[in-house]
Design a protein around this ligand. Structure first.
Ligand code: HSE
Length: 307
């Protein structure tokens, strides 16, 4: 009988510009690792990271609680979380912990759940950090590649990204608000102009076509958002300069990664990715802000590493 399972889940970028709460892409920049061990009773969280260890307030804790309840599992579980993804920077950190936990739990109890169910359970954990459930990051982290999230009922469409798609991510060294996602969702307009909706829809549709046709150029030059990005950009020092510099250095498209403050540039593998990264650093430097830059590519989804 299995008594311990470890799963690893990738970071992810949500929205990809016009696909707010709908698009997600798993990226191989960082990974979280979660080990679930059967114990006598209760839910116990162990971690070195600066995250809540109360299961009710922890993403992974909530996933375990919800899965235990749904499948009437009385067994106690110890959750050991190793965070590789910086928390609060728009890289799907809490989603990856939730994704790894759902995948590990499924394996530990031999549930054999399908992708949509795993995404749904992982999403129920995201509530702990985001306040609301949205599935873009968790779907990408569970399934890997590019995902389109349909809701009511939840149905995730996964598309394998083109092999030459690359991203440069700049993670600024700034203090993020405690409930960052909640704060950055609060600045989004409640009503939008029809002309803005048309622009975003045309770009979102083109991104999907780009993934379907393995056309990185089409994906990159459709990363344009006239609704959410303008409302959030004031929260990122030097954003416009970072964007302008990256485009000048050869990026096809640039936007906020998820709810920010990381900025993501899309390019083809043939571009000078180091030059794009350096240009983004200089953009942040123009606003007296340091950043960490990572060149990455799409990742596979969460996987079990049976010990
Ligand atoms: N789609 C979400 C947002 C992702 O932009 O608020 C962050 O969790």
């Amino acid at each position: 009988m299995v008594s311990k399972v470890t799963a690893k889940a990738p970071s992810s970028t949500a929205n990809l510009g016009p696909g707010f709460d709908v698009f997600g892409l798993a990226v191989d920049a960082f990974y979280d690792t979660v080990t679930l061990t059967k114990i006598k009773n209760g839910i116990k969280i162990i971690t070195d990271a600066n995250i809540p260890t109360n299961p009710e307030k922890n993403t992974a804790g909530l996933v375990v609680k919800n899965m235990k309840r749904k499948f009437k599992i009385k067994q106690g579980i110890e959750i050991n979380i190793k965070k590789g993804i910086p928390a609060g920077f728009g890289m799907g950190s809490s989603a990856a912990s939730a994704a790894a936990t759902a995948v590990a739990f499924d394996k530990l109890f031999g549930l054999k759940l399908d992708g949509n169910s795993l995404v749904e359970f992982a999403g129920s954990g995201e509530k702990a950090s985001a306040g609301t459930v949205h599935y873009d990051n968790v779907a990408a982290s569970v399934l890997g590649g590019f995902v389109i999230v349909k809701t009511n009922p939840l149905d995730v469409i996964r598309i394998e990204p083109p092999s030459n798609l690359r991203m440069c991510i700049a993670v600024p060294t700034i203090k993020v608000p405690k409930k960052k996602t909640k704060v950055s969702r609060g600045v989004i307009p409640k009503k939008i102009k029809l002309s803005d909706s048309i622009l975003n829809l045309s770009n979102a549709a083109s991104i999907v076509a780009g993934f379907m046709n393995k056309d990185s150029e089409l994906i990159g030059n459709s990363i344009k958002d006239v609704i959410v990005e303008p409302a959030r950009q004031h929260m990122i020092p030097g954003f416009l300069k970072v964007k302008e510099n990256a485009i000048k250095a050869g990026a096809l498209g640039v936007t906020i990664s998820g709810a920010g403050p990381s900025v993501i540039a899309f390019a083809k593998s043939s571009a000078n990715l180091k030059k794009i990264s350096m240009a983004m650093s200089k953009g942040f430097a123009s606003a007296s802000t340091e950043c960490q830059t990572i060149i990455c590519k799409p990742s596979k989804g969460a996987v079990n590493k049976r010990k």
